[in-house]
Design a protein around this ligand. Structure first.
Ligand code: SF4
Length: 359
């Protein structure tokens, strides 16, 4: 579907799709440029922060992902438990539903116009044919299959009802791997959706999105900023935005990416790497830090420090899920939209209503 290349052919959108189109994709808004050398500075910050660990970790890069960084900074005991690999056996139904959801959303883009259930069943059968743990769940019978299918149908429907159709001109990619080296660290990230491509003129037009089935939590903002950091190191240019999107309520984390937010993400990488090397080389014991994350910890049944019931949880708020703090400034300079070659920069922001059509 052609959304806006002629500036007047935007499709009719649901209210939620319109909000994502206007506020998250911000079609028509100016895109900032990045100061030259920012990626090199970030890479050097990480490399310098872990340089003294090289003698203790001589045999190649230390691999860090979103999950391992979050684990080691939340509870070192959980990090070590997860390093032993996933528990043997069938994929849990909620995890399986997530696997199916991501692939079904991709199918809905590559093969539009079909019923959601068709995407979901095709995705489930594909996963069952490729993944032994998923197949073990799938072969458990129709009750397990029903849980997976029903959960995935809800999530895929939520995505399709919340997001405008993804224009091919935006170069949408699904679960694309991003990897970058910084000193002895090798970072790896795989956002659920990437829109836009790095540009030679230094304008930042890439948008990274990770999808969650539940409510947003504070750490989701940090996850999105980690994705932005890996993208910056990989492409030498920061993305325009990076966010975690909740399929439950259609909210998203603060998507802005700034030098400050990227520097904070780099400092988290350094802190995680230092702890990981110390724990893996057994130079000190793991500190146990119970919390909400105990619910998903493989060590929780036997851990003496496990928080009862999974630890304290944030009090519900009448204002909805907690939102991450808004950065104090957005210091990247803005650049004027370029109508010739950047679909994100269309239509002219001076005439948004006319250009976006009746909606
Ligand atoms: S159960 Fe909780 S405190 Fe114990 S290792 Fe796991 S996350 Fe840490």
């Amino acid at each position: 579907m052609q959304l806006m290349n002629d500036g007047f052919s935007a499709p009719r959108l649901t209210a939620t799709q319109r909000r994502v189109f206007d506020e998250l994709l911000a079609v028509g808004a100016a895109r900032p440029t990045a100061p030259p050398g920012l990626a090199d500075e970030l890479r050097q910050t990480i490399a310098d922060g872990v340089a003294d660990l090289a003698p203790a970790w001589p045999d190649g890069p230390l691999y860090l992902t979103k999950g391992s960084i979050a684990s080691v900074l939340a509870c070192e005991g959980r990090y070590l438990a997860e390093q032993e690999g996933p528990p043997a056996g069938a994929t849990p139904p909620p995890v399986a539903a997530g696997i199916v959801t991501h692939r079904a959303i991709q199918l809905a883009h590559t093969h539009p116009g079909r019923p959601v259930e068709e995407y979901v069943r095709a995705a489930a059968l594909g996963a069952a044919g490729e993944n032994a743990e998923f197949a073990a769940l799938w072969d458990d019978g129709i009750a397990a299959q029903s849980d997976v299918l029903a959960g995935a149908v809800s999530r895929v429907t939520a995505f399709l009802d919340s997001w405008p159709p993804l224009d091919a001109a935006w170069s949408p990619r699904f679960e694309e791997s991003l990897a970058a080296r910084a000193g002895l660290i090798r970072l790896h990230a795989r956002p659920d959706l990437i829109l836009g491509r790095p540009r030679p003129d230094g304008r930042r037009t890439m948008l990274l999105v990770d999808l969650k089935s539940g409510r947003l939590r504070e750490e989701h903002h940090q996850e999105a900023q980690l994705y932005a950091l890996v993208c910056t190191l990989r492409h030498g240019l920061p993305p325009w935005r990076s966010a975690v999107f909740s399929l439950a309520d259609g909210e998203w984390t603060d998507p802005r990416v700034s030098p400050d937010s990227l520097a904070a993400a780099a400092r988290r990488v350094v802190a995680a790497a230092r702890a990981a090397v110390q724990l893996k080389t057994e130079s000190r014991p793991a500190a146990l830090s119970p919390g909400e994350w105990c619910r998903r910890c493989p060590r929780s049944p036997a851990c003496p420090a496990a928080a009862p019931g999974g630890g304290p949880r944030p009090a519900p708020s009448a204002e909805g899920p907690p939102r991450p703090p808004v950065p104090a400034r957005q210091p990247f300079p803005e650049a004027a939209p370029d109508a010739r070659d950047d679909p994100y920069a269309l239509p002219d922001p001076a005439t948004p209503q006319a250009a976006r059509g009746a909606g």
